[in-house]
Ligand binder design. Structure first.
Ligand SMILES: Nc1ncnc2c1ncn2[C@@H]1O[C@H](COP(=O)(O)OP(=O)(O)OP(=O)(O)O)[C@@H](O)[C@H]1O
Ligand SMILES: [Mg+2]
Length: 274
């Protein structure tokens, strides 16, 4: 029997008075699966994750209709701390590790909501998943490479032993080999028992890792299906895989665009690492 761990029903979200970011979005995330959320810039991917984690109000956004259930409990009116305690983990856009704090302190911060008796086991599991972090525990997180910071951000979220992990564009601005490594880590996390909702613009990586996927377009859910089938679909090929995803020119262009977005966000967020 398929158990639905996360259920989004008719969800609409607005920022301020006028920006409607999501309209009537519905889909389900079955337990033990990886579900990818694809979509271009501004489609509403991050908004969807903020709605699930209860963090919309930090961005002056609000849910205007619809419901979200986690493991059968309605969570769309809960505060973020209560949602984390129900074992939902989130890695936000741009990783946002605490740059001046050590790797170890970052991990400990991720375990604050975890029962004290579980923290050591959670930390062992994270260090087993990311042996490189184990070698650099005392170093400031800001000195890690972009890929290592992404691993740390994922490790920090895993310190809460989440049932569901939300990942917002973990591949952003990273080199192809690192993106592949992140894809493998996501699969490994899923095989160890965590359900994953993976937001990505890198459709190739996401559809390789995911079991099913949904596509958002300007705030609406346009497509959903089996990841392998979507990978072969002409619409997806054209819109997200460039029709010639393997060409170097396309890869270079994507890399350049991703870098620009990283820079843009760094400016808008203020620098959060050294
Ligand atoms: N804090 C905010 N205030 C007002 N509008 C916002 C805010 N955050 C996002 N939006 C708007 O909501 C829409 C959805 O944005 P969102 O960040 O969810 O898209 P996204 O799919 O994550 O895009 P990207 O791929 O660029 O990260 C966009 O039109 C965006 O401009
Ligand atoms: Mg986003």
């Amino acid at each position: 029997m398929v158990i639905t761990l996360l259920s989004i029903s008719d969800l609409s979200v607005r920022y301020g008075r006028s920006v409607k970011a999501l309209h009537g979005v519905s889909f389900e995330v079955p337990e033990q699966t990886v579900v990818a959320v694809l979509g271009s810039n501004g489609a509403g991917k991050s908004t969807l994750l903020r709605a699930i984690s209860g963090t919309l109000s930090l961005h002056r956004g609000e849910i205007t209709s619809g419901t979200i259930h986690l493991d059968g409990t309605r969570i769309d009116r809960m505060d973020p701390a209560s949602i984390v305690r129900r074992r939902l983990g989130q890695v936000p856009e741009n990783r946002q590790v605490f740059g001046r704090m050590s790797v170890d302190e970052n991990l400990r911060a991720g375990g604050l909501a975890t029962e004290a008796s579980r923290r050591a086991a959670a930390r062992d599991a994270v260090l087993d998943l990311f042996p490189k972090l184990a070698e650099r525990l005392s170093q400031p997180a800001g000195l890690l490479s972009g890929g290592e910071q992404q691993m740390l951000a994922i490790g920090r979220a895993m310190m809460g032993e989440p049932k569901v992990l939300l990942l917002d564009e973990p591949s952003l601005g990273l080199a192809p080999q690192i993106i592949e490594r992140i894809g493998k880590v996501v699969s490994e996390i899923n095989q160890r028992g965590t359900t994953v909702l993976l937001v990505e613009q890198n459709a190739m990586m996401a559809l390789t890792v995911a079991h099913t996927a949904v596509v958002l377009e300007v705030g609406e859910l346009k497509l959903r299906g089996d990841a392998d089938e979507l990978k072969r679909s002409e619409d997806i090929q054209r819109l997200y895989l460039g029709g010639h995803a393997e060409s170097e020119e396309h890869a270079d262009q994507q890399q350049g665009e991703a870098q620009e977005r990283v820079e843009r966000r760094r400016k808008s967020l203020g620098v959060w690492t050294a």
